[in-house]
Design a protein around this ligand. Structure first.
Ligand code: BES
Ligand code: MN
Ligand code: ZN
Length: 506
């Protein structure tokens, strides 16, 4: 889909489908009035006939012009109430997503999306960025596996009534980079585990480095042995697909006073559970267990394009968790990179094991061991329990730094990646006591998500750190505006937002 932008209002455009927002509780917008006039008053009559609450978020009415107007179809989409005269970026993202979905449904090749009602200045720029993201993300389709020809694709999307300035150019370029990166992450997550192996993630990362100017190190089992990363080695041993610890480095052009940020992703390319084998229904979905790693790769791609003035190190702990003759066993004791010993009781709690080594490595500064990170953030499809705790719409966040957690939550609200904090309850730590090692890799059977966080904290060397449990949000079986069924690409935009803000503050 080609994306364009014009300052003229939507009524002056020719397109197969025109989409206009309806804000709840405000009088009819100029663009809608303009279109309505052209329709001889039929458009608004139709909208009001179709819906008692046309401004309600998601409400959609389609008007057929029967060749009487410059578009075949006019679609009015409710975007909800504007707080303080201003719609949240997420409302714009959904609006654009619904517009593209409607166009696909109606087989409209060209779409015009109106953002004129965002007004001018900063709110208009925010709306523009969100609409670009929403449109490009809605246009995403999984490709390469269906033998039948793919579904209908929208060819052209024009954003109308958009601000025209250098600032607007920058906003669009940034939104395109974010959408690209999110789509890249989705592709990796949707890819079957037979193809997306740890080695594949390593190769993709190398290519990312070459094409975008990142320094990339891919550590295989030999290097891991030298570095004494006993945990990720153990998890990877049951598979013929060897583990990789991937490290991508973005260095700022200008020297920056801001300390480096470390982004760490769980990259289990398939989680069978290992010898503590999962039942079939739970295993069916486990190609997605590298969604945290994919988010880190996507974020690093966008960061390489946007070049914030701050050092960022992305780490992906990639391994395949399989039962096999060499697989690690319940009862085994592992020694992780930071020296702590771990008794394995359940080989299905493998995410925290690979992350233990990756976080330990990130905490000493990674390759070169130069500077410790000022912030560490990890993303992981870590526990099924987070679905029970929070459902499928919000991620769980835990951490040792109030400011970092607060910012993640705030940025997540803007990027449409909401999260909720769970407490790291110190009293529960004894639930990981082991009779033979420093700790065991499971808790006491309660508070599964919190135990995941508590375990990881042991490997953060007391540095400011936050953990995002994305097991419930990484994937959607239903699909929603701008998020088609399948991988969501959750976290890419929030990670980039966090890094950008840290860079601006220096
Ligand atoms: N990859 C799973 C968590 C998961 C579940 C991700 C469903 C996506 C969808 C993780 O490795 C796991 O198996 N966690 C265990 C931990 C337990 C053994 C302590 C779980 O949640 O049951
Ligand atoms: Mn598991
Ligand atoms: Zn897992």
């Amino acid at each position: 889909m080609k994306l364009g932008r014009v300052a003229t209002t939507v009524g002056k455009l020719r397109a197969d489908l025109i989409a206009v927002p309806i804000v709840a509780g405000v009088p009819v917008s100029r663009e809608l009035a303009e279109l309505d006039k052209e329709s001889g008053g039929k458009l608004l009559r139709e909208v009001r006939r179709r819906s008692s609450e046309p401004g309600k978020q998601g409400a959609l009415s389609i008007y057929q012009t029967h060749g009487e107007m410059r578009a075949d179809l006019i679609v009015a989409i409710g975007v909800g109430r504007a707080e303080a005269q201003r719609l949240e970026p997420e409302a714009w993202r959904r609006f654009a997503g619904q517009a593209i979905d409607a166009a696909r449904g109606a087989r409209a090749k060209s779409v015009a999306i109106s953002v004129a009602s965002a007004g001018a200045g900063e709110p208009a720029l925010a709306a523009l960025g969100a609409v670009v993201e929403g449109a490009l993300l809605a246009d995403y389709q999984i490709e390469g596996w269906k033998t039948a020809r793919g579904g209908f694709r929208v060819e052209r999307c024009t954003i109308a009534g958009a601000p025209a300035s250098r600032g607007a150019d920058r906003v669009v370029a940034r939104a395109e980079a974010l959408a690209d990166a999110t789509r890249f992450a989705r592709d990796l997550i949707n890819g079957p585990a037979e193809q997306v192996t740890p080695d594949h993630l390593g190769r993709i990362s190398k290519r990312l480095g070459r094409e975008h100017g990142l320094t990339v190190h891919v550590h295989g089992p030999d290097e891991m042995k030298r570095l004494k990363m006993g945990a990720i080695l153990a998890v990877g041993r049951g598979s013929r697909n060897e583990p990789r610890l991937i490290e991508l480095i973005h260095r700022p052009r200008r020297g920056s006073s801001a300390g480096p940020v470390a982004l760490v992703g769980k990259g289990i390319t398939f989680d069978s559970g290992g010898l503590s084998l999962k039942p079939p229904a739970s295993m069916e979905i486990q190609k997605r267990d590298m969604a945290g790693g994919a988010a880190v790769l996507g974020a690093m791609q966008a960061i390489a394009a946007l070049k914030p003035d701050i050092e960022v190190r992305g780490y992906v702990a990639a391994a395949e968790n399989m039962p096999g003759g060499r697989a690690y066993r319940p009862g085994d004791v592992l020694r992780s990179f930071n020296g702590k010993t771990i008794e394995v009781l359940n080989t299905d709690a493998e995410g925290r094991l690979v992350l233990a080594d990756a976080l330990g490595w990130a905490a000493v500064g990674g390759f070169g061991r130069r500077v410790k990170p000022r912030w560490m953030v990890d993303l992981a499809t870590l526990t099924g329990a987070v679905t029970t705790a929070l459902g499928r719409s919000i991620a769980g966040v835990m951490g040792t730094d109030r400011e970092l957690v607060r910012r993640l939550i705030e940025i997540g609200r803007e990027t449409g990646e909401p999260m909720w904090e769970l407490p790291l309850v110190d009293e529960y730590v004894s639930g990981m006591d082991s009779s033979i090692a420093d700790l065991k890799n499971v808790g006491d059977g309660t508070a599964g998500t919190i135990y995941g966080g508590l375990f990881l904290r042991e490997f953060t060397a007391g540095l400011p750190w936050a953990h995002l449990d994305i097991a419930a949000v990484a994937y959607t079986d239903k699909g929603r505006p701008y998020v088609p069924r399948g991988a969501v690409g959750w976290g890419v935009r929030t990670l980039v937002g966090l890094v950008e803000r840290a860079a601006q503050e220096g």
